[in-house]
Design a binder for this molecule. Sequence first.
Ligand code: AMO
Length: 443
Amino acid sequence: MEFMTGVKKQATLEIRDLMSADRTGKTVKVNGAVHSVNDMGAVTFVILRKREGLLQCIYEEKTAEFDVNSIREGSTLELEGILEQDERAPHGIEIRIRKVRVLSEPAEAMPLPVSKWKMNTSLDAKLNYRSISLRNIRERAKFKLQEGIVRGFRDFLYEQEFTEIHTPKIGARSAEGGANLFRLEYFHRPAILQQSPQLYKQMMVGVFDRVFETGPVFRAEKHNTKRHLNEYTSLDFEMGYIDGFEDIMAMETGFLQYTMELLGREYGDALRILNVTLPDVSRIPMVRFDEAKKLAAEKYSRKIRNPFDLEPEEESLIGRYFKEEENADFVFVTHYPSKKRPFYAMDDPEDTRYTLSFDLLYHGLEITTGGQRIHDYNGLMEKIAARGMSGDGLEQYLNTFKHGMPPHGGLGIGMERLTMKLIGEDNIRETTLFPRDLSRLEP
Ligand code: AMO
């Protein structure tokens, strides 16, 4: 009888292995994709792309036991050669190739110059050939940092004793309101794609006290902007037994501190490739919504058009104000108007025109919304009635509150927006693997 006994060690080495033990002068075996081939006359540089980065390999006719013409950009190879140190090479190492085994060959030439440092290709072309453009080292690095952000979110919240949950994306009713719902037919019944996990994460606070989810959410936004997607990944958490919505902001600050530290420690390559300086998140200013509007209006001589709304331009000016005055990359804007928040938001008992909620702006762009929720059943029913809403499709949600819920609150972070601001991109599609927008359903 044969058995599987676990992951087997491969004979081929990774960049880390090549760098760690002293293998200089020894024969090593590696695999990878041919990123570029540069014929310099006497020697040919064959750059392999591996999961950790680029590996320089050198072909010399006199020592190699094959014809260099068999190596083309896009081929995948397994090669054997002598490992050498060279500080000019990526990671300070290179391999003098002896033998090559071609694992696969491309059927066509590369449609984009993926081996260039900067591709200088339009965003549209990059998105049309997404799986190819991502092979570019800088494009790929964006998504390594994105991985680090989500990993930071998960690891930090596990440490804070949150339970990870997975809630349905098809439903009868969504929480956020507005007109941006994708509607579909679910076995002859009307259904929607969830705009957020809001209702479910709140219900689960009654079970686990602290929960989080990272998953897709859907917004049928009909406008084409640089900061909206029709499907994005939301990093959500919800926690019970809070003293106030400040607890949620404190938890988010903790997440940012944990994550920036993680990125600095483990994502150095990606940070260097993209030339990213990590923001200081040791202290984040907090300002009330009405105060923030006033400060920006006064400093930049701008008229406040609507005291209960925050226009994108105002957001950006508030970001600028806090950068200039406090050298802050982030700012919590608190006490959003009740009219601008969904029914579940808790109104401020001191002034019910406002809510116990906040947005976090990063360089003047909203990356998070959060706040305290109404946890009292009667209070919730009153707000629903006051808004002239119907409880249809909310029965299970409301039932949960009937049977007791602790004071609680939470937040939702737009993963792509956070990545975009960290990297300094100005279009959200740059930090979305496969964006969905008004015109794009493929790839
Ligand atoms: P909100 O609707 O403000 O709040 O969304 C939370 C965060 O998600 C991001 N975001 C988007 N990103 C890309 N494309 C979009 N179309 C888009 N819309 C929103 C933003 C935003 O700050 N349930 C609440 C959160 C909560 O209170 O827990 C919610 O979904 O970064």
